[in-house]
Write a protein that binds this ligand. Structure first.
Ligand SMILES: Cc1cc2nc3c(=O)[nH]c(=O)nc-3n(C[C@H](O)[C@H](O)[C@H](O)COP(=O)(O)OP(=O)(O)OC[C@H]3O[C@@H](n4cnc5c(N)ncnc54)[C@H](O)[C@@H]3O)c2cc1C
Length: 315
């Protein structure tokens, strides 16, 4: 079933759906397996480790083959016809089960109604996929630098994790890998009450699920985070400009800000907090403004990541 491209410093290979579980109205869990995953590995916890999945270009069809590719695989892949190339999207490793050739990557994919922007190929695949279906995974190969873990709390004493449903797999994975003495709070906004999942977490980290139940996307998350930090609530949609590619971490700024020039407010109430926030770009942009501009949190203590954009395909 699989081919091994040992020349590449990452895994780029076909995997198979070994198991499918509908966890809730909005989450479908997949266990992806293949001999290539025997080579999977990262240094330390996987936390919010991102991977890429390549879905078949034609629903029910075969995924693209990467057999025999070399370092120029990206250019070669881009030059293929669209229906052959398939669709590449980003997801999180929720957990890893098994070992050796039986290693499986567990991935939770959000299925959502069409919001008039059309259903994306990732969501569409997740809604139909069955055991035995094939796709391609791009993931870290043991012993090689891959990147893709943004959760880096350093020496912070208090954690703030916040996200919408697309960030639930990452937040849950982080919660389950934190040291037992970790402290802080996690806010997870999900479409409906039935999407509240069971997650293990340290006693000192409060976990708050926020079902939207029809409220505007991000409103409950925004209010809960502001309330937690002691900031007065403004409307979550009160965002003048959405940064479409929002990705601001202590080491990288999508807007080109000079990361090292961030000025810390000395003696700030929040200077022992590390915040990790991900989800729909407008929602994350609003939270960024609240934390960095209004509350003057040191931006080296925060990671803000736009995981998707309403009405825009992440192709
Ligand atoms: C680092 C990282 C980790 C991620 N981890 C996960 C994960 O573990 N699980 C997961 O499900 N997603 C995750 N995402 C988000 C996922 O990549 C996006 O939601 C992506 O747009 C899904 O692709 P698609 O083909 O379904 O839709 P696209 O083709 O990208 O978009 C098509 C339409 O669907 C809309 N859309 C996309 N996602 C949603 C949504 N969740 N709700 C409502 N409308 C939506 C778009 O706005 C657009 O109108 C992650 C993203 C990043 C950057």
């Amino acid at each position: 079933m699989t081919t091994t491209q040992s020349a590449l410093p990452l895994i780029l290979d076909t995997v198979e759906v070994m198991r499918v579980d509908r966890l809730s109205p909005s989450f479908v869990r997949f266990e992806l397996g293949g001999a290539c995953l025997a080579e999977f590995g990262v240094e330390g916890p996987t936390y919010d480790q991102r991977i890429k999945l390549v879905f078949p270009g034609v629903p029910g069809g075969p995924p693209p083959s990467f057999e025999g590719v070399d370092e120029s695989w990206w250019e070669t892949w881009q030059s293929r016809p669209a229906e052959e190339r398939g669709h590449l999207r980003t997801y999180t490793i929720r957990s890893v089960v098994g070992a050796g050739v039986d290693t499986r990557l567990v991935v939770d994919i959000v299925v959502h109604p069409d919001d008039h922007g059309g259903l994306g190929p990732g969501c569409d695949w997740a809604a139909r996929a069955r055991v035995g279906d094939q796709l391609v995974v791009l993931a870290p190969r043991r012993g090689h630098e891959y990147g893709g873990i943004e959760f880096r709390p350093g020496t912070a004493n208090r954690l703030l994790l916040a996200g919408d449903e697309t960030a639930v797999p990452a937040i849950c994975a982080v919660l389950e890998q934190l040291p037992v003495n970790a402290r802080g709070a996690a806010f997870l906004e999900v479409p409906v009450g039935a999407d509240v999942l069971t997650v293990q977490h340290p006693e000192g980290v409060e976990v708050v699920w926020l079902p939207r139940d029809g409220a505007a996307h991000g409103t409950r998350l925004h209010a809960a985070v502001r309330d937690h930090l002691g900031a007065p609530f403004l409307s979550a949609t009160d965002v003048d400009e959405v940064d479409p590619d929002l990705w601001e971490t202590p080491t990288y700024s999508s807007s080109g800000e000079d990361v090292d020039s961030a000025v810390a407010v000395v003696g700030h109430d929040l200077d022992d907090v590390y915040a990790w926030i991900a989800g729909e770009s407008a929602v994350v942009t609003g939270l960024r403004r609240a934390l960095v501009k209004e509350l003057e949190m040191d931006r080296r203590q925060v990671a803000f990541m736009g995981y998707w954009r309403r009405g825009v395909s992440m192709a």
